[in-house]
Design a protein around this ligand. Structure first.
Ligand code: PRT
Ligand code: ZN
Length: 283
């Protein structure tokens, strides 16, 4: 069995379980126990605090884990990032009181900065030759300047509203983070093959998320040009319609090119364009 560490509650919990679900892995976690087995898959999940996950994977208590890059890099354990998962996105930033004048990171010299990320902050200070004092606290970092505990903070930001509420402004982004699947090198052959299968499923789910299935009707005299802008997995599928002079075209389009392709298709007289989400995509 492959043992996976997942956050036991918090921002990553739902997304992690949802991802596993989309991979066809359902965890039997009815009453939120410490451990849960999967139905029909050789996997066991351990539910832990996110901060502990890198250490548990490093020690081999779990084989792989899902945690934010912010936590993985802060803990400085030698782990492999096996897959970036696309959720839990945030940034680790330095913020100062709104009224403070700030032109460059050199303005941080001599300040006391409160954070729960002292390793990542120290690395940023060293790389930029800044001499500031790090005051490590474990929670409610954003209130530190307001109560006179520090002059600046270094904390996670997503919407930015916590900073605004506390009269702070974001001045430096020191890390961009998302949830990742981390693991160690030395798994046994059997565990390694379960992991390869899990990674194949995760990639299929991720690829599908970034692509849309598209169907449209096109006049035959435009087919050549329409086919040239629709990549498809190999090339688009083209089937003649009952109405003469028209064909149905089916293809897969990447979300980044999606709207520009739709504009072009319309200008090429495509009609009845239908777009569908793709559940899995195995290349
Ligand atoms: O109990 P446990 O230790 O497991 O949970 P936790 O409270 O330490 O972690 P949790 O659930 O808050 O966050 C888990 C992971 O989610 C983090 O390690 C990040 O990888 C990711 N993540 C994404 C965030 C945020 N966005 C986020 N906005 N983690 C925390 N925040 C906090 C931030 O610390 C600040 O207090 O939200 C506030 C800022 O949010 P905005 O939207 O106001 O900017
Ligand atoms: Zn935590």
């Amino acid at each position: 069995m492959l043992k996976i560490a997942v956050q036991k509650s918090g921002r990553l919990y739902d997304h992690s379980l949802h991802l596993l679900n989309e991979c066809g892995i359902e965890l039997n976690n009815g009453n939120r126990q410490l451990k849960a087995g999967a139905l029909d898959y050789p996997l066991e999940a351990y539910f832990l605090r996110d901060d502990d996950i890198p250490q548990y994977v490093y020690d081999g208590v779990a084989d792989v884990g899902i945690a934010g890059e912010n936590v993985v890099f802060e803990k400085k354990r030698e782990l492999q990032i096996l897959s970036k998962l696309g959720f839990g996105r945030c940034r680790l930033s330095i913020a100062v009181p709104k009224a403070m004048s700030y032109t460059s990171c050199q303005d941080l010299n001599g300040l006391k900065i409160a954070t729960s990320y002292s390793n990542l902050l120290q690395k940023f200070l060293d790389e930029n030759n800044i001499n500031a004092e790090i005051h490590e606290i474990s929670g409610s970092v954003e209130i530190a300047p307001g109560i006179g505990l520090a002059e600046a903070i270094c904390d996670l930001v997503s919407s930015g509203s916590t900073l605004v509420t506390n009269g702070l402004k974001e001045v430096e982004i020191i890390l961009r983070s998302e949830a990742v699947l981390v693991g160690r090198d030395n798994l046994s052959g059997e565990k390694q093959s379960i992991l390869s299968n899990l990674l194949m499923r995760i990639e299929a789910v991720k690829t599908a998320r970034h692509n849309k299935y598209i169907m449209l009707n096109a006049p035959n005299d435009q087919l050549k040009e329409i086919a040239s802008i629709l990549p498809g997995m190999k090339s688009p599928t083209i089937v003649p319609l009952a109405e003469s002079g028209w064909s149905s075209v089916q293809s897969v389009v990447n979300e980044n090119d999606f709207w520009s392709i739709i504009e072009k298709l319309k200008s090429l007289k495509a009609e009845g364009i239908i777009v569908m989400p793709i559940e899995k995509m195995i290349l």
